[in-house]
Design a protein around this ligand. Structure first.
Ligand code: SF4
Length: 242
């Protein structure tokens, strides 16, 4: 099996438990206003890897990732479901823990197999209200909820991720709506709130794309703390990120 890859990171510490090998897939159906990897949007611009070659690379780091695992991120890994499934299966045969870091931008009918197979799903809910989600990403976000409902049915763990963007998602009503919607999912082990940053802005310039959030500031630590409290009040685990 072959697929398109953006890049590899051998010692990831922020994408799932423990030290992880992170595989960034190339290609994404969303167009998030704050995307820090716009160079990962077009699948054909990635490098073609086979499952076997990628596993050989991953296994070189086996002694470091033994207590962590492998995370498939992107771009959008679920947009190449067969390739992702082959990698998940190969990792399972090697006894490696797997996480899939997704924005849920792919209908469940196209990606059911890898959604079921991943040991852990890192699910980025872009916005609570479909209107805001559409403004932020170009899509209404419903596939992410379908994916979450399936993981709940299977009782397989999910870590929710949510980017706090001042003027957009950093809004008490939005956050409260999201917290209420998530609180009844027992598969949700934690909610990670990620403060908006502009580290990828230069890539937009390099690609000649207009960056709409040029004047948007990063949220203050008080604003992040206040957002965390909204989720904790609903009984959700919302750890501080170091
Ligand atoms: S889902 Fe991720 S890679 Fe895709 S546009 Fe949004 S931020 Fe960028």
């Amino acid at each position: 099996m072959e697929g398109y890859i953006h890049s590899l990171e051998s010692f990831g510490a922020a994408d799932g438990p423990g030290v992880r090998f992170v595989v960034f897939f190339q290609g994404c159906p969303l167009r998030c206003l704050y995307c820090h990897n716009p160079d990962a949007w077009n699948r054909e611009e990635g490098k073609v890897w086979t499952t076997e070659a990628l596993m050989t690379e991953i296994l070189k780091y086996r002694s470091f990732i033994g207590s962590g695992g492998v995370t498939f991120s992107g771009g959008e890994p679920l947009a190449q479901p067969e390739f992702l499934s082959s990698l998940l299966s190969a990792c399972r045969k090697q006894g490696l823990h797997t996480a899939v870091d997704t924005s849920g931008g792919v209908p469940l009918s196209r990606c059911r197999e890898p959604v079921e197979a991943a040991d852990l799903l890192l699910l980025d809910i872009k916005a609570f209200s479909p209107e805001l989600c559409k403004r932020l990403t170009g899509r209404d976000g419903e596939p992410a909820w379908e994916i979450l409902r399936l993981r709940e049915e299977l009782q397989k763990p999910v870590w929710i991720r949510h980017v706090l963007v001042p003027g957009l998602t950093l809004d008490d009503g939005e956050l409260e709506g999201l917290a209420v919607a998530l609180k009844d999912f027992s598969c949700v082990q934690r909610v990670e709130l990620l403060p908006f940053h502009k580290l990828g802005e230069y890539k937009w310039k390099t690609l000649g794309r207009a960056y709409e959030l040029y004047d948007t500031p990063a949220p203050s630590s008080e604003e992040v703390e206040s957002a965390r409290r909204i989720f904790m009040r609903r009984g959700l685990s919302c750890p501080e990120r170091g």
